[in-house]
Each structure stands twice: as structure tokens, then as C-alpha cells.
Design a protein around this ligand. Structure first.
Ligand code: GLU
Length: 448
């Protein structure tokens, strides 16, 4: 628990008020852990009730989504948008479609997004939203009908200088296209209200690669600064083979690493020859989860239907890129026992708090998601700039800016950690560096 009596009191209040929101409380606890070294040095945090204010979303919009499926049956889903913090810019963050979407998950994601967006250095506040809608197995027509109904409510609460959603789990260029198209029709304006759009609709080149590539650029900075090293010859394992994991695997391979294992909900593939990324992409054209089919082409590979088993495969670097809370303490212990010395989070909060503390205690180089996976939203910020200026940058221009932003995030997080703890603790450093700008803006803007 925290040493600061102020943090203890605020956390006790928050955990009492939101006792049914475990993911949100976990995100707040990780953040308060990092704030412990800061609050006594910054008395204005308590004086201006910054912690009490920062843990409450500025606004939550809830609505129902009614739509008709292909059989003519009327369906109802629940949706929300959590507009967490707009101190440093318009609300910004993805939309998630998944059966488990609820207030706890949207609030944890929106809270993390606030500090992640701040770390990018771009003027973006924090938000997240979603619906408990499961896109798997739905037809194109059903997806479009759902997205249009979803937007018939959300359109009133978003805008290019107000709230700019993007994709997340279950929401890709197709869903964004349908939502953007419907918004445009209703407000009768073309503007940059969404990011991660398709290229023809005004999306940015390099956006679909950005999160995964950014994870590797961040890891590269850690390797260089802490070990005078590179990806060359490193054994890497990556959970998740979706947008983030696949792109991270491709970039890590390009930088000289060997990705020996990947996973999805069907299971884990362990291939000592290095994962055949082209095959995964081809298989994914038929269905999103494909690991059980990999051995038909590569019989020498090993398949294990338990996704968690990936953490028992020996590696140098582990990159959890699937979902929240996928590395519990026993998996963390197995990773360290088998020689893993670096963990870079590509997903949002994939490591539980006790597993994170374990990695840090063992001296593992650990990059928290809010720093390492910020490349996606950073390029979303660049998409907003391009839309506002009515121009497009080349892939190379965007990629160069992404590299620069990721190096900047690493530097800010490392410097904040050195300043407040005298160590290279990127969990503490990223939280403090992300918080400082939001805090400053909140002080400047008075008690609202
Ligand atoms: N959902 C992504 C994230 O977790 C991207 C958000 C965005 O581009 O707005 O950062």
C-alpha cells in the first residue's frame, strides 16, 4: 500500500465507491503506487484535490443500441463513452466492441489513456468507449447496422475538437468506416472526428502499423540505453496475433529478432524456425483465431491449446499484446525462471499488479503499456493534424515521427524515474511523466 496518508484516504474512498470495478481499481492502484514518491514533493496535488478529481471521469454517456440482425430479430446492446479528462486536449481514445465491455473496463482504459496520451506530447485528452456487442460471426450487414445505430446516439457527443474516437478490440477500419460514414451523413460535415480511418476516407498512412511498431521502437530505446544492445539475435515471444501483436512481430523480425512463439484464443504456436507471419495473415483471411491450423503447413511447430502456456516458453523478451490481465504471478515467475529479462507491454494493462511488482523486484526491464503502446494513439494524433491541415504525410514521414515520439516517451519516463526514485523504474517514470502535464493544465484551468 501507499506510504502517503493522502493517497491512502483517496484510494479507500475510490475503492469503496467503485468496489464492483476491479479493472478500474487496479489501474488506479498502479497509478497511486507511482504517485507515492511525488505527492509529498508536490503539496499542490493535495491542496487542490487533484487525486480526487483525476480519478473521476468528467462525463460518462450511456445509451442503448437497438439493431436488427439478418434473421429479422431485434437486438439490444448497451454502450457507453467515458470522457475521462480533457485538461490537455479534446477527449481521445478507442472504441471497443466485446461481450465483456462494462463501466469498469471503459473507465480503466479511459484513465490509462489520459496519461498515455499526455506522454505522446500531443494535445489529446483521455477517453474510451464501447459496447457489449460481439462482432465475431456477424455478417457485414449486421456490423454496419450495429455501427449506424451506435452512431445515431454517439454523434451528438463527439467532434474533431470535442471527442475523437478510434478503434480498439473488435473495432477496425471496417467499423470505423461505417461509424464515420454515418456521422458524416448526420452532421453533414467532413471532419477528423475519427482516427484509424481507411486511407481513402482520410486515414493516416502508418496508423495500422503504429502500435506494434511503436512497441518495438520503445523496446529498442530500452535495449540501447540499458544494455547497449539491439534486437539482433533475441528470442521474442508475443501473445496476441491481432493488430498489435502481428505488427510487433513483423518489426521485431525486421530488426533481427527471432519470434519463436505467438498465440491467440485458439492456443499457442511455438516454432523454433521463427513464426511464419505470412501464413498467419493468410489464415486470418478466413477466421480471426488461427493458431490451431498452423501445423498443417509447419508440422515441426508445437501447438498448445492453452493461451497461457506461451509464458513457459524460454525467451529473452516477452511482449504481451493480447488483453488486460493476461500475465498473472505464476506466469511471471515462469518467464523469469526460463531466462526472460525484458517485458514490453503492447496491450493495455496485460500484467497484474503483483506480477508487475515481481518483475520490477527481479530487475527485469519492464515497459508499462501506457508508455510502450502509445504509438497507436500517437499516430492517431498525427492523423488529426493531417485532417485539420487537409494534407497527407507519406508513410516514411509518419514512421519517422512515430520513432521520434517513442524515443521521447522513453526519455521522459526514464528521466522522471531517475529524478524521483534514482532508479530506472519505467512504471513509476511513465505514470509521473504522463501525470505532470495533465496536473499542470488542471492547475492552470482552475477548479472545474
Ligand atoms: N485503442 C488504442 C489505444 O489503446 C488507440 C486509441 C486511439 O488511437 O485513439 O491506445
Amino acid at each position: 500500500m501507499f506510504k502517503s496518508a493522502y493517497l491512502q484516504r483517496v484510494y479507500a474512498e475510490v475503492s469503496q465507491r467503485y468496489k464492483d470495478q476491479p479493472e478500474f481499481l487496479q489501474a488506479v492502484e498502479e497509478f497511486f503506487d507511482a504517485m507515492d514518491v511525488l505527492v509529498e514533493k508536490e503539496p499542490n496535488i493535495e491542496k487542490y484535490s487533484i487525486m480526487e478529481r483525476i480519478v473521476e471521469p468528467e462525463r460518462i454517456i450511456r445509451f442503448r443500441v437497438v439493431w436488427t440482425d439478418d434473421s429479422g430479430k431485434i437486438q439490444v446492446n448497451r454502450a457507453m463513452r467515458v470522457q475521462f479528462n480533457s485538461a490537455i486536449g479534446p477527449y481521445k481514445g478507442g472504441i471497443r466492441f466485446a461481450p465483456n465491455v462494462n463501466e469498469s473496463i471503459c473507465k480503466f482504459l479511459g484513465f490509462e489513456q489520459t496519461f498515455k496520451n499526455s506522454l505522446t506530447g500531443l494535445p489529446m485528452g483521455g477517453a474510451k468507449g464501447g459496447a457489449d456487442f460481439d462482432p465475431t460471426g456477424k455478417s457485414d450487414q449486421e456490423i454496419m447496422t450495429f455501427c449506424q445505430s451506435f452512431m445515431s446516439e454517439l454523434y451528438a457527443h463527439v467532434g474533431p475538437n470535442y471527442d475523437v474516437p478510434a478503434g480498439d478490440f473488435g473495432v477496425g477500419a471496417r467499423e470505423i468506416g461505417y461509424m464515420f460514414g454515418f456521422y458524416k451523413k448526420i452532421v453533414n460535415q467532413w471532419n477528423g472526428v475519427f482516427t484509424s480511418k481507411g486511407i481513402a476516407s482520410g486515414g493516416s498512412l502508418g496508423r495500422s502499423e503504429a502500435t506494434g511498431y511503436g512497441v518495438c521502437y520503445f523496446a529498442q530505446e530500452m535495449l540501447r540505453a540499458y544494455r547497449n544492445d539491439t534486437f539482433q539475435g533475441k528470442r521474442v515471444i508475443i501473445s496476441g496475433a491481432g493488430k498489435v501483436g502481428w505488427m510487433a512481430a513483423q518489426k521485431a523480425t525486421e530488426l533481427g529478432a527471432k519470434v519463436v512463439a505467438m498465440s491467440d484464443i485458439k492456443g499457442v504456436i511455438h516454432d523454433e524456425n521463427g513464426i511464419d507471419l505470412g501464413l498467419i495473415l493468410r489464415l486470418q483471411k478466413q477466421s480471426p483465431a488461427v493458431m490451431d491450423q498452423y501445423r498443417q503447413t509447419h508440422p515441426e511447430a508445437i501447438f498448445n491449446p492453452d493461451p497461457k502456456s506461451i509464458w513457459t516458453i524460454p525467451c529473452d523478451i516477452a511482449m504481451p499484446c493480447a488483453t488486460q490481465n493476461e500475465i498473472y504471478l505464476p506466469s511471471a515467475e515462469a518467464l523469469v525462471k526460463n531466462g526472460c529479462w525484458m517485458v514490453v507491454e503492447g496491450a493495455n494493462m496485460p500484467t497484474t499488479l503483483d506480477a508487475t511488482r515481481y518483475f520490477v523486484d527481479k530487475g527485469i526491464l519492464f515497459a508499462p503499456g501506457k508508455a510502450a503502446n502509445a504509438g497507436g494513439v500517437a499516430v492517431s494524433g498525427l492523423e488529426m493534424s493531417q485532417n485539420a491541415m487537409h494534407l497527407n504525410w507519406t508513410f516514411e514521414e509518419v514512421d519517422a515521427k512515430l520513432k521520434q515520439i517513442m524515443a521521447g516517451i522513453f526519455k521522459k519516463a526514464d528521466e522522471a524515474s531517475m529524478k524521483y526514485t534514482g532508479t530506472h523504474n519505467l512504471v513509476i517514470g511513465a505514470n509521473i511523466a504522463g501525470f505532470m502535464k495533465v496536473y499542470q493544465a488542471m492547475l492552470e484551468q482552475g477548479t472545474l
